[in-house]
Design a protein. Structure first.
Length: 109
């Protein structure tokens, strides 16, 4: 999951959900600068009819419809420092939807 700060004071951040597909290690030759990036598949925030594909349930969990992904050519790369590790659990009431479960890293406790 990727958090983007917003200017709206009522919302601290806007979540974007992606599925990690590959981890790339780039070596910039003579200067030996290594850069690690993640290649992801992004989930759309709205479906083609304008319906939200990200919703909060009654308990505050983010539920995402994974049937609506962005094309692979749309910005597939992101830096590891920009992501938060989450777990996906199937929503038994809504086929194709997944509940996003965050776990705080031990180093951040």
């Amino acid at each position: 999951m990727f958090d983007v700060p917003t200017l709206d004071v009522t919302s601290v951040s806007m979540n974007f959900v992606e599925v990690l597909k590959d981890i790339l290690k780039l070596d910039y030759g003579l200067v030996h600068t290594l850069v690690i990036i993640f290649k992801c598949e992004w989930v759309k925030r709205m479906d083609n009819q304008g319906n939200a594909t990200y919703v909060k349930d009654d308990y505050g969990f983010l539920i995402v419809n994974f049937r609506h992904r962005l094309p692979l050519m749309v910005e597939p790369f992101i830096f590891p420092s920009q992501v938060t590790q989450v777990f996906f659990s199937d929503d038994l009431k809504k086929p194709g939807w997944k509940v996003i479960l965050k776990k705080e890293a031990q180093s951040r406790r």
